[in-house]
Design a protein around this ligand. Structure first.
Ligand code: MN
Length: 376
């Protein structure tokens, strides 16, 4: 049994607008609140000693009073059971006078500590023989761990930061940052991070450092697993880190190959097979070539299948569906010259070679004829 049990979350983004979900946006906004309540339920049920929110609890620095009240109600449930909550303000909900973290509803919670200083400052958690170090997001390019050496008499030390993990040549900082060396040298027992919207992390020189990602997925471009991290600090100082599923919905961006789907009917079957009322799916069909796609109505299929999903956005890259004849492309155009050249080259081909050449021709004409704008 661990000595100390922690629930670590970040990037909840309460109040996020979800404009891309249209009329379902409101529903997902409500779900963020419900999922945050679930995080609290989980902390209560597992008798956690501490809940860490590593930034971006709110989607903006000045959320409505009602939303702050909702968050305060949930954190208050922890406080009443003697569970401490520590928060660092993040990029979206930076500390501001009169902002979320200055609101009386949050300020009046006894067992809540919000880090408001930009310096890496210790907070001794009453009754736990634990110091939590944290710093508020400042937007300045600083590494709060630089030169950090804990000088305290506590048995346990944890760090909390909303920061990017700088990996030279791969990931550069966009404000507050840390790197592997400074984490490894920190002498902390656990480093709770927020800012990156996907579950990631590992031990850096014996110091486990993790991003939980959002507890409820926020968009297609992030691999939001919808988890929180359960961190158990053992008697000997080791940490056991386990992701626990709390999120409800899945957001998936999918790229489908029209040439492999077996026509619109194949697409229909594929999408039907994915039907899930908690799945927001953005499917983009590329290479929708050939006669069978020429009269395909993506909007109609989207409308028909939408009720089977939380949200469905279907997009078909405009295909080059007609048979192409040299008359369609004047000789004095690039496409026309390309077509004539390709036809000559293809004259001696057959079988698989011909298929490959036809595909090259289709692709070439598609782009030369101006159908291929925009990245896939
Ligand atoms: Mn965030």
């Amino acid at each position: 049994m661990p000595d100390l049990r922690i629930i670590h979350t970040a990037d909840v983004h309460l109040g996020a607008p979800f404009l891309f979900l249209g009329r379902k946006g409101k529903e997902q906004r409500e779900q963020l609140k419900a999922t945050f309540a679930r995080v609290v339920d989980l902390a209560l049920a597992s008798q956690a000693d501490l809940v860490i929110i590593a930034g971006d609890l709110f989607d903006r620095p000045y959320p409505g009073a009602e939303l702050v009240g909702e968050a305060a109600y949930q954190i208050g449930r922890l406080s009443r059971e003697g569970i401490w909550t520590v928060i660092v303000p993040g990029t979206h909900d930076a500390w501001r006078q009169g902002g979320a973290y200055d609101h009386p509803a949050l300020r009046s919670i006894p067992n809540l500590h919000v880090f408001t200083a930009e310096e890496f400052t210790p907070f001794p958690v009453p009754g736990l023989d634990l110091a939590v170090y944290g710093a508020a997001w400042s937007g300045r390019r600083v590494n709060p761990l630089q030169g950090f050496r804990p000088r305290d008499g506590f048995r346990r030390r944890i760090g909390v930061l909303h920061a990017s993990l700088r990996i030279p040549g791969k990931v550069e900082e966009d404000g507050v940052w840390v790197d592997r060396e400074s984490i490894a040298a920190s002498g902390l027992h656990y480093m709770a991070l927020g800012h990156w919207h996907s579950l990631s992390g590992r031990e850096e020189g014996g110091v486990p450092a993790y991003y939980p990602g959002p507890p409820e997925p926020l968009g297609m471009e992030t691999e939001g697993e919808g988890v929180v991290l359960s961190v158990g600090l053992e008697e000997d100082g080791r940490a056991e880190v386990k992701p626990l599923k709390v999120g409800r919905r899945r957001f998936v961006g999918l790229r489908l190959d029209g040439a492999l789907l077996g026509g619109p009917e194949g697409l229909y079957g594929h999408l039907r097979g994915m039907a899930d009322p908690d799945l927001a799916l953005r499917a983009r069909v590329v290479r929708a070539w050939g006669e069978e796609w020429s009269r395909f109505d993506a909007g109609k299929l989207e409308e028909e299948l939408s009720p089977l999903f939380f949200h469905l956005a279907l997009e078909v890259e405009p295909g080059f569906s007609r048979s192409w004849e040299v008359e369609d492309f004047p000789e004095n155009t690039v496409a026309g010259r390309f077509l004539r050249l390709a036809r000559r080259e293809m004259a001696g081909l057959e079988g698989e070679d011909l298929e490959v050449a036809e595909e090259a021709l289709r692709l070439g004409l598609f782009h030369l004829a101006g159908g291929g704008q925009g990245p896939c």
